[in-house]
Design a protein around this ligand. Sequence first.
Ligand code: HDE
Length: 724
Amino acid sequence: MAQSKQEAQRKSKAGEAAQAKQKQLETFSQAGENLLTTNQGVVIADNHNSLRAGARGPTLLEDFILREKITHFDHERIPERVVHARGAGAHGFFELTKSLVEYTRADFLQEVGLKTPVFARFSTVAGSRGSADTVRDARGFAVKFYTREGNYDLVGNNIPVFFVQDAMKFPDLIHAVKPEPHHEMPQAASAHDTFWDFVSLMPETTHMLMWVMSDRAIPRSYRMMEGFGVHTFRMINARGVSHFVKFHWKPKLGKHALVWDEAQKVAGKDADFHRRDLHEAIANGDFPEWELGLQLIPEAKAESLGFDLLDPTKLIPEEMVPVQIVGRLVLNRNPENFFAETEQVAFHPGHVVPGIDFSNDPLLQGRLFSYTDTQLSRLGGPNFHEIPINRGVCPFHNFQRDGMHRMLVAKGQVAYEPNTLASGAEFRVDGGEQGFRSYPQEMESPKVRLRSATFDDHFSQASFFWNSQSPSEKEHIIAAFQFELSKLDSVAIRQRMVDNLAHVDSKLARKVADGIGIAAPDAKAAAGRAGFRNVRNKLPIESSAALSMEANANVPASLAIATRKVAILVANGVEIGAMRAVQTALQDAGATCRIVADQLGSVATSSGQQLTVDHTFTNMPSIMFDAVLVPSGAASAELLQRNGAAVHYVLEAYKHCKAICLIGEAAALLHSVGITGDGAGAAVPGVVIGTNDPAGRAQLAQDFIAAIARHRHFSRPDIDAVPA
Ligand code: HDE
């Protein structure tokens, strides 16, 4: 009987399924009321004064209202996550667009159109809960699917490989990157001695280091980054046939990054930059969206890839195994309460459903232990699955009992299996068709503490990533290595790291070495060190376009500048004719425009109207925007040119390679500081110059939109000379 009710609930209609989590959460939510009570429900008469022996006398211990309030306050904090402490989350749904019945029996991957509710959380790795969003780091990309067969968690990162190959080295890695233990510095940064000491002694970290030194580690937005399951998993179909699988999330808005100088400044001006961006986009109805892509590899093909699928420092180039798009993830609802939802959500790569299983990746195997274990101290006991955000939307039943914070009232005499007392008949577990059965992989091997020799190639995919980058992306990687290594006290560690890099690419190593005060890279010295394996496997291809963000900068025209932010710099006397035309075109294309001036209030336009100012040059500097527009007007251009903050605004946007549109007299803002293109009259990449002439306005708007859609214009000739 219970079984069939469960079955009915599991198979609830597809449309209802997407709402199931929201409905469940509503039963736990509480709205603010005018009345205040104690936790016992007693109405509080006075919430300002504690109970005293006389108006000027000592407070009485008897004051249960004060005691309860203060005690609860004293215990408001829980331990932050040991890694990924800083994050932001959102609700949404996953919709299947291609049935995977051929590959997996997982219920939520069968029926095209089925929507499964999800909660996603994005995070940095190294920083504390209060650290800045835009630091250089990998980003977590964790998705909990509330399926009709139980919760499935895909707990990934925005980088497809990891630093270490074995869970045994994870605590060492994290201890090395976290603030140094003697003085607890630096916060949320890898640019310090202990990190580079460790990674330079562990050549297996090299491939991921290349990613972390690239612009992937400073995303423009959570909405504009890819996600990866990293490990190889398995999918098993109803006939028991297994395929290996790699998971990919592909952002609809394209993959885009900040530049390093900008990321550092944003960390100070708005530490919540990514959190705010996610929250605002959802609040504005611009729901972030990703496609789910799969690389499916038949068991038999795994051997022929040329590297080991179980090694988490390796990716499978998309050119070798194409990514099939099978669904979409849409985030459409902000959490009601950060603590209850985003902080208390507990992800676990071991939360799988029938039809999805693990591989023997030794990093994944270690994770399978860690995630429940960490929740025991973070969430205070073994019942964290009963916290509303963590509850499945299908029924659960077992004989686990009691423990801290137990909420379920389990009825009856019986808490064991098999039994006859529960219903009078014999009850023995038989999950039947529905039950999770592990893939029966054949195993017959000795117990050893040994790493497979197929994990020994530490450099060929690092070189592959390097070869796949555009010239400007390579420049950014070199600059990032130089920045990080220049922060080290130890010259020996700098040298060791650069020696290792010589095995990735000799030019890269040489360029990094230039300017950080060390000897030329010595590949032989690196190869002679303990832990170094001189194995290079050959990939059938030299590079992959999918790995370059610049090569993939343009997104479909309908989304080209969607949700991008444009600052319009104004002063008294501004001409708003062409400005309005461009502004309207930008907004029609989905961008947001903000009027920015020296102070709040309004400015007078050339035609005597008042233009309301949204922000000041200092409260919303150029680093908060994707592009800058300066309208025409002789008087306003002169005022802006005499205002250091306004000039800096434009120069900074220029230096960060953002699209800039200057109309009429406003062109002088760049010309007066010597930025004139190549001097022979050629246009400066990404700088659109126009006039107030009505005839040219439509073209001007289109040119500016195209420049913003390009995201950044790294080919600008004179960036380093710009003082911003
Ligand atoms: Fe995690 N990781 N991790 N990790 N991880 C945690 O779990 C751990 C790894 C990832 O938004 C912790 O609940 C070990 C790889 C994300 O809540 C902890 C190892 C990848 C999140 C933990 C790894 C990840 C975590 C800390 C190596 C990418 C945040 C708090 C064996 C595929 C999830 C918690 C969220 C969080 C352990 C390696 C992703 C301690 C032992 C590889 C996105 O359990």
